[in-house]
Design a binder for this molecule. Structure first.
Ligand SMILES: [Zn+2]
Length: 722
């Protein structure tokens, strides 16, 4: 195959000669893609953002930016218009014009109009979160108030005051601003940064409105204040009202233009947006390398096929806020690539029109030029994943509370990392969207300690299992209701087949899991663990009582002393207390781990735990996977169907700096063998490697195509034309 183009006949010949091809079937084929409704936002595949600083007007070079937007094939740009500082000749009171704007200047308007002339969509950026002394003197009711009743100075800029996000500053004053901008300029919408207030506000408006809505006083700083949940829900409701007020104001003067919040009030409310930009600019500290992709999955779970941009930074994003810095190119690139592989449209964000360090320019340009060239393979219709992880914002808010990271996020991260290591393409599902239309495209739903679930949500999950879906859950899943109140027994007790025994062990020191000798030889759950009669246990466990018969591949070896060394021997050699509960009902399989195996995996990263989780996912899925990737290394694997093609992304995370950035250099890995199960009726015509820029030899056998990728530096996309 010199040019990689394969006729049907060649494919059949290749299939006939393919040795050792992986057996894949078309079972569980994906539904045919539906063409998404086109909104103006759907046109834009690449976004650029220039956020002005106050002294940009007259100092920065607009032509440089117009050229750069052209070189990067940006279809849309976001430009600063107003809020804290106005970059256009505003008439709204207290909307302070840039001190560098001379009479007759209109820096926003000039750049916006030039972009429109070149056919780019323009979003106007506003930021309402701070005002100056003059506004505070005239409108003290605009200012946020702390829990001691004091108006809040800006934490980073003592010349300014922090505004209340839920009162007249936003509802009245900023409404005038967004209406003025949308009425004066040909914008597709207004993008508001820091629009939702800056933490808890105790101003008079907030006190009065909260009391009227709930009959309660505002909660104090404690996470367990009974009014806390009311406040979270009330605040989101106010922000949805504000969204509506601004959106209506914008549409009243420019039909078709929209308000685009930076961060919706609650994930569920993202469903109302035509388009969103998800602001997750970079890694910091121990952020995992796949976390931008995780954001994409999380938002796609509520937005569906509507366009979503992933807003990334080109700077170093640590707590010290070096906003004028430039991050190492490979780190910026890998972060952005993982977002793209997971369905984000890339959006670069740069502050300051005057550049102190130009090193990022080539990084973004290289990436965007490639993205433009391969755009038809990046307009995804449907993910091919058959596994989905359930994400529950209410579990985070009302069960996790101020410990959400440890009690909720770390479970998700552990499961997420295990799936990435196992190269399982997967999606996420939002716990508010559990109807058949949302979940039946998946064979397996994974619930990493999704503790807080309503009765209705539990019924939806049980019905999914009744329809043949599989479920994998850990730890306290469904042991709390939607408000975070503990239940006497699991909401999913019938699905798990176990009942709560009333106790959760929060720290098990020196405890192990016994792996049954017979099961190690025969049960897929213990694949790769044949030589391991025992492995370390998780750290916490829910004590449960089985409600029926279960196999016992994995049982508890209880904690025993870890000091003095003379006493370090198990007091109980084996117990009959299972640490995994496996159920088979027709096509459906259910796995329940009473331990916090996912969270412990994230903390300790034991390969035994990773393997156990991956095996459990495969056993529960109970069908051939849509994609199998063989070869060395750590990859985030995603798989998609487009209008006339299938793609598999391999994001190469194999790196000394994988788990703590920034990445300094890429480490090429390969060869990788990629086998893609073909959807029913799909006829492959051609295989390409979109990053290498080459065609590929593709062998078709038993409903699957196998492509060898010789080497992956940072990213490869196997594209199969149908
Ligand atoms: Zn307030």
């Amino acid at each position: 195959m010199i040019d990689g183009r394969l006729g049907r006949r060649e494919f059949l010949e290749a299939a006939a000669t393919a040795a050792g091809a992986v057996a894949l079937s078309a079972a569980g084929a994906q539904p045919a893609p539906v063409i998404a409704e086109t909104s103006p936002f759907d046109r834009a595949m690449r976004w650029g953002q220039l956020a002005f600083v106050e002294n940009d007007p007259g100092r920065y070079d607009p032509q440089f930016w117009l050229d750069y937007f052209a070189r990067t094939h940006c279809d849309a740009v976001t430009l600063s218009a107003g809020g804290v500082v106005a970059f256009y000749p505003t008439q709204v009171p207290f909307h302070r014009r840039s001190a560098w704007m001379k009479e007759g200047m209109d820096p926003f308007g000039e750049l916006a109009n030039a972009c429109r002339q070149r056919g780019l969509l323009v979003l106007a950026r506003v930021d309402p979160h701070a005002v100056y002394d003059d506004a505070r003197e005239a409108h003290p009711e605009w200012i946020a108030v702390d829990d001691k009743g004091q108006p809040r100075r800006h934490w980073a800029n003592p010349d300014m005051w922090v505004t209340c996000g839920l009162g007249p500053r936003n509802f009245d004053n900023m409404t005038e601003v967004v209406r003025e901008i949308a009425g004066s300029y040909d914008v597709q919408g207004i993008f508001a940064n820091r629009w939702a207030g800056s933490g808890m506000c105790y101003c008079e408006t907030c006190r009065r409105n909260f009391k009227a809505a709930t009959g309660k006083d505002l909660p104090g700083p404690g996470a367990d204040d009974p009014a806390r949940r009311d406040h979270i829900l009330w605040r989101r409701q106010r922000l949805r009202e504000l969204w509506e007020v601004w959106d209506s104001a914008i549409r009243s003067v420019r039909p078709g233009a929209r308000f685009i919040p930076n961060g919706p009030p609650g994930l569920e409310s993202a469903t109302r947006a035509d388009f969103l930009a998800v602001d997750h600019q970079a890694r910091r500290g121990l952020t995992p390398p796949w976390d931008f992709g995780r954001s994409a999955k999380q938002y796609r779970a509520v937005m569906g096929r509507k366009p979503i941009a992933g807003l990334f930074s080109v700077g170093v994003e640590e707590a010290y806020r070096w906003k004028d810095s430039v991050q190492a190119g490979p780190e910026v690139r890998l972060w952005a690539l993982d977002g793209i592989a997971n369905g984000f449209r890339p959006w670069f964000a740069k502050f300051s029109g005057v550049l102190y360090d130009q090193r990022w320019l080539a990084t973004v340009e290289d990436l965007f030029v490639w993205h433009h060239k391969n755009e038809r393979y990046l307009r995804n219709d449907t993910p091919l994943a058959r596994v989905a992880v359930v994400y529950s914002e209410q579990t985070r808010d009302f069960y996790g509370k101020d410990q959400a990271e440890a009690r909720v996020d770390d479970h998700l991260k552990g499961l997420y990392h295990a799936l990435v290591e196992a190269r399982v393409p997967f999606e996420m599902v939002n716990d508010r969207l559990l109807e058949p239309a949302d979940v039946d495209r998946y064979k397996l739903l994974v619930l990493p300690n999704v503790a807080a679930l309503s009765e209705a949500q539990c019924r939806s999950l049980a019905a999914y299992v009744e329809r043949g879906g599989s479920l994998l859950a850990t730890f306290e899943t469904s042991l709390y209701d939607e408000a975070g109140a503990p239940r006497k027994d699991f909401g999913l007790r019938d699905v798990f087949g176990v009942s709560f025994e009333g106790q959760v062990d929060r720290r098990m020191q020196n405890s192990y899991l016994a792996l049954d000798a017979e099961a190690r030889r025969t049960h897929p759950l213990l694949d790769g663990l044949r030589d391991a009669p025992r492995i370390i246990n998780s750290v916490q466990r829910v004590r449960v009582r089985p409600r029926g018969e279960f196999p016992s591949p994995v049982t508890l070896i209880p904690s025993y002393p870890d000091l003095p060394m003379e006493h370090v021997f198990p007091r109980v050699e084996t117990s009959d207390e299972r640490q995994v509960y496996l159920t088979e009902r027709g096509k459906s399989r259910v796995v329940y781990f009473p331990g916090d195996l996912d969270r412990t995996f994230w903390e300790v990263l034991s390969p035994d735990h990773g393997r156990l989780l991956a095996n459990a996912v495969q056993w529960a899925t109970n069908e051939d996977p849509p994609v199998i990737v063989k070869g060395p290394g750590l990859f985030d694997v995603t798989a998609w169907r487009q209008k006339d093609s299938l793609t598999v992304h391999l994001v190469n995370l194999t790196n000394a700096m994988a788990m703590k950035g920034p990445v300094r250099e890429f480490v090429s890995v390969g060869p990788m063998t990629v086998t893609i199960r073909l959807p029913a009726g799909a006829r492959p015509r051609r295989a390409q490697l979109l990053v290498a820029g080459t065609s590929a030899k593709a062998d078709e056998a038993r409903g699957a195509v196998t492509v060898v990728v010789p080497s992956v530096r940072d990213h490869e996309v196997v594209a199969i034309d149908l």
